[in-house]
Ligand binder design. Structure first.
Ligand SMILES: NC(=O)c1ccc[n+]([C@@H]2O[C@H](COP(=O)([O-])OP(=O)(O)OC[C@H]3O[C@@H](n4cnc5c(N)ncnc54)[C@H](OP(=O)(O)O)[C@@H]3O)[C@@H](O)[C@H]2O)c1
Length: 363
């Protein structure tokens, strides 16, 4: 099941992976070990440490440093950072796949212990790790949060996970603004992942090893600034990997496609319905970063603005091909024949402009 290939050489790098014993963490740990790094994996229990060593098998080389230690409190994370400095002389990268799934109640049914464990406890663990490690991080290194796409899309019955993960995405944005280019802070936003627990299953899903390979590539690509990277499918993971490995900042090839649509008399609601219906299909396309439909403020009957963003011109072309069959449906509702969208690309250079592009990743 493990297919780690073509990783950059991270020999000598010191990486800590809190949450590394988990289903996603395993892929992260394997990838950094395969890239030659020293990997410190703290775990809260001895049983978990022993089980994880068994899971890794031959991959558990002497560069794996498994430490039984509670890293989820402010004090615990601080002690861990100090211990890592003592053992390995410093820290270059942090990857944090902390926490798992929670489900089963509507938001108004939760009790205080749900709130404390699924929101407060997990968010506190992330903040504890961040405040202990970020100030010690090597400038070339990366701090990478791992979250799920439930941060972006409400999942009924799993509100606390959605809310906590959304808070982490905002934490990344705040951090990236506060470090002002001195450190690189990434968030990998995952769809359902193929892990040791799910088996090889649906091949279109991103695998834990691919998540690890993207984290390794982000560590290695020192010229690429911190950002949010969506890995909702295997195709998106391949694309992110290719961009990171090419050294080209993710997002510089982003294409923003903008269309204005005026409905025929009396057909505006039908047009809105078709554009809304297409949202799920378009957002699921590989390389689609954003799709939204807007109306002019205060003009409920006026033209509609459709804004889409794609990771590359190739992704936009694939989108155009896959949406072609729907164009006659849309054309039948328009006052004038449809025209192709206007395409925008990032203005080259300058970090502030990249920030504008990055907005599309997080909108
Ligand atoms: N699995 C998926 O399909 C999937 C999909 C999308 C997103 N994600 C995201 O990926 C991250 C990791 O998910 P995962 O599936 O690998 O989870 P997991 O298998 O449950 O592992 C999470 C690890 O986090 C550590 N942890 C620390 N505090 C915890 C707490 N309060 N509750 C539970 N675990 C805690 C545990 O390590 P120790 O006990 O060893 O300390 C555990 O091994 C999460 O942010 C999750 O939302 C996962």
């Amino acid at each position: 099941m493990h297919s780690i290939t073509a990783l950059p050489d991270l020999s000598g790098r010191r990486v800590v992976v809190p949450g590394g014993t988990g289903a996603v963490g395993e892929g992260v740990v394997r990838s950094y070990l395969a890239a030659g790094a020293d990997v410190l994996v703290p775990t809260r229990t001895r049983e978990r440490a022993e089980e994880f060593r068994r899971v890794l098998g031959d991959a558990a080389t002497d560069r794996l440093h498994l430490l039984v230690h509670d890293y989820t409190t402010f004090v615990g994370a601080q002690q861990l950072a100090e211990e890592m400095e003592r053992r390995l002389g410093g820290v270059d990268d942090v990857v944090a796949p902390i926490g798992g799934w929670w489900a089963g109640k509507q938001l108004w049914e939760i009790d205080e212990s749900d709130w404390q464990s699924a929101f407060v406890g997990l968010a506190a663990a992330h903040v504890a790790v961040l405040r202990a490690f970020l100030p010690r991080l090597n400038a070339d290194g990366a701090f990478t949060l791992i979250v799920g796409e439930s941060a972006l899309t409400p999942v009924t019955g799993s509100s606390l996970v959605s809310m906590e993960q959304a808070a982490l995405l905002m934490m990344r944005q705040v951090l990236q603004a506060e470090v002002a280019g001195r450190q690189r802070v990434f968030a990998l936003v995952l769809g359902p992942v193929r892990t040791r627990l799910t088996g090889s299953g649906d091949q279109d899903r991103v695998s834990a090893d691919q998540v690890g390979a993207v984290a390794v590539a982000a560590s290695a690509a020192a010229a690429v600034g911190g950002r949010e990277i969506r890995l909702r499918s295997r195709a998106e993971a391949d694309q992110a990997l290719a961009l990171l490995q090419s050294g080209q900042p993710v997002g510089t090839g982003t294409v923003v496609a903008v269309s204005t649509m005026e409905a025929r008399n009396g057909r505006r609601e039908d047009l809105v319905e078709v554009l809304t219906e297409l949202a799920t299909q378009i957002r699921a396309e590989p390389g689609c970063l954003h799709y939204s439909v807007h109306r002019a403020r205060g003009d409920a009957d006026g033209p509609l603005l459709v804004v889409q963003a794609f990771a590359s011109i190739e992704a936009f072309r694939q989108h155009s091909a896959s949406i072609a069959a729907q164009i006659p449906r849309i054309a039948a509702l328009l006052a004038t024949p449809p025209v192709p969208p206007t395409l925008f690309e990032p203005v080259p250079q300058s970090a502030p402009t990249e920030g504008v592009v990055e907005h599309w990743f997080v909108a």
